[in-house]
Design a protein around this ligand. Structure first.
Ligand SMILES: [Zn+2]
Length: 114
């Protein structure tokens, strides 16, 4: 039963892919900037009544992030320091500690799950 629910969720996410890439603008420095909703500097992707951080969705599509639903200890961080960027080549997976360190180093702590 649990497996069926998860499969359904993933099906919904996959159906959002087309919408997702329509809201991405590739800019000259190699970043793929989110042109949809922005909150706390991060892109927000609205899908099936859920709000998903756009760079996390991109990381999941690229299989950097194994699971969108249960990944509290996995944070998707930016190599390019551009929070709006969803280019999978600019994203990497880090722990919460690395996330906090990364934020602090860059002078922004938003309290928002990345
Ligand atoms: Zn980038």
């Amino acid at each position: 039963m649990f497996f069926l629910i998860m499969s359904h969720v993933h099906l919904v996410y996959h159906s959002g892919m087309e919408t997702f890439w329509k809201k991405v603008s590739k800019i000259d420095n190699g970043c793929w900037e989110w042109i949809g909703t922005i909150k706390n500097g991060y892109g927000i992707f609205h899908l099936a009544g859920s709000k998903i951080l756009a760079h996390r969705f991109s990381a999941w599509l690229a299989e950097i992030l194994p699971d969108l639903d249960r990944n509290e200890n996995r944070f998707v961080l930016h190599k390019c320091d551009n929070p709006r960027c969803v280019n999978p080549d600019h994203l990497f997976l880090g722990s919460q500690a690395e996330n906090v360190r990364d934020c602090a180093a860059k002078g922004r702590l938003g309290g928002f799950i990345r």
